[in-house]
Write a protein that binds this ligand. Structure first.
Ligand code: AMP
Ligand code: MG
Length: 419
């Protein structure tokens, strides 16, 4: 497979003594060059739309609310019919509940019993809360201090006709589904789920549920990867654990290249004798880059197996999650047709001291403390899965930073933004 998928000049790979690292900041431009298949679209009912990527713009065809209505249970009146500065006693000429509008206009000096959400009758502009009123024998007495337009929900104050309410590419949240419902959509056009094939590599791996033999560990990464992919709305094909043997990896990659939009693997990406993934991808397609200037994380590969984009993540479980967030997540969002969105960072005060080399971006596991402070996990090894469990997110230390003192402002990325 020619390297035409990567028209940018690529950093040389790290073998052969070349140890140049790719800065995280360069990732976006490289990922933009990955050729992705166009995902299809389908129509789903609102009940199935959460988490899906919207494939159409949703523009309001009418106003929300569609007419003025009451924000309270009480009495609707025309403000100009009240006695200024004095209590007003008015005849109650009707009753309007939500869904039951009044069929005649209301005149000045009249009141109508009204309930929350009921259409404000023509002629009324003000609603007085029932707690402030005294009703008896067909009349109601209103207090002296009533504000014009009190408790009036105005037509179009939520959304006016013609407003773009939901944009194509939005990942639908519960409130977005609510907006679609409010606008009267029973179904939405959404992008087809991204089909992702996942496998782990490593002779040491065994399935959770199997007893651990000597020197074996349970496969963590396939499970964290599957979980993260599902959160992103992907349809995941689990291709299991693949042994550290080039032929096995080539065979599984070839299988993965059928019927998927993306292949994600973990392990076997380094330069050791037991690391076969790079060579196998090279045999079936092309590899874009590897060795990212990030801790935890390097090495990482992006490429194609046949025409299918490929992301090869490291083996260590924390590195897998961090590099998934940095590399796989933006790529998946692109394949899914989701609008590009940088995860948001919050500035918090470090509750720790930390040294790091310049030229590398570090992600520490952070736990938020009271007062806008963040603590780092005591152990920053890339294999320490408990650090992820205890953390609320990642502390991002910029490439140029070499020393953090307690009290310094650091960038914090909550997991909700990343995973
Ligand atoms: P590798 O890149 O394959 O050399 O793996 C680096 C480290 O990550 C080794 O200690 C592996 O045992 C560990 N590792 C690799 N894959 C997994 C996995 N799926 N689950 C848990 N640990 C893994
Ligand atoms: Mg391995």
């Amino acid at each position: 497979m020619p390297d035409t998928h990567f028209p940018l000049p690529l950093p040389a790979p790290c073998c052969g003594g070349d140890h140049r690292l790719l800065p995280v900041a360069s990732l976006g431009a490289l990922l933009d060059r990955v050729e992705i298949p166009g995902a299809g679209a389908e129509t789903v009912g609102l009940g199935d739309a959460v988490g899906r990527v919207l494939a159409e713009d949703i523009v309001a065809t009418g106003d929300l609310p569609s007419r003025d209505c009451s924000a309270m249970d009480g009495y609707a009146v025309a403000f100009d019919g009240l006695e200024p500065g004095r209590p007003s006693t008015l005849p109650v000429v009707g009753r309007v509940a939500a869904g039951h509008p009044l069929d005649r206009p209301v005149r000045r000096g009249e009141a109508v019993r009204i309930f929350t959400g009921a259409a404000l009758p023509d002629g009324c502009d003000t609603v007085v809360m029932q707690e402030h009123c005294a009703a008896a024998e067909g009349f109601v007495t209103l207090p002296p201090a009533v504000a014009r337009n009190a408790n009036r929900r105005r037509r179009g104050e939520d959304v006016s006709a013609g407003t773009l309410c939901l944009a194509r590419g939005a990942v639908l949240r519960p409130q977005d589904i609510g907006m679609a419902a409010a606008l009267g959509h029973a179904a939405l056009r959404v992008r087809a789920p991204v089909r992702v094939a996942v496998f782990s590599t490593g002779d040491e791996l065994c399935e959770p549920g199997e007893p651990l033999g000597d020197g074996r560990i349970h496969d963590i990464n396939r499970y964290t990867l599957t979980a993260m992919l599902k959160r992103l709305g992907c349809a995941v094909t689990d291709l299991g654990i693949v042994r550290d043997d080039r032929r096995s990896v080539v065979g599984t990659l070839a299988e993965a290249a059928c019927g998927h939009d993306l292949i994600v693997t973990s392990g076997g990406m380094s330069v050791g004798e037991e690391d076969h993934v790079k060579a196998a991808v090279g045999e079936l397609g092309s590899l874009g880059f590897w060795r990212l200037a990030v801790k935890p994380g390097k090495p990482v590969a992006v490429g194609h197996v046949g025409a299918v984009p490929f992301v090869g993540l490291p083996g260590n479980p924390v590195a897998v999650m961090v590099t998934f967030a940095l590399v796989a997540r933006p790529l998946i969002r692109r394949i899914a047709g989701a609008a590009a969105a940088e995860p948001r960072r919050w500035q918090v005060a470090a509750d720790f001291a930390h040294d790091k080399p310049a030229g590398r971006r570090d992600y520490l596991r952070g736990r938020l403390l009271d007062g806008g402070r963040v603590a780092k996990f005591r152990h920053d090894g890339s294999h320490v899965i408990s650090s992820m469990v205890e953390a609320d997110g990642l502390i991002e230390l910029r490439d140029g930073t070499t020393r953090i003192e307690p009290g310094d402002r650091v960038d914090f990325l909550p997991f909700a933004e990343l995973l």
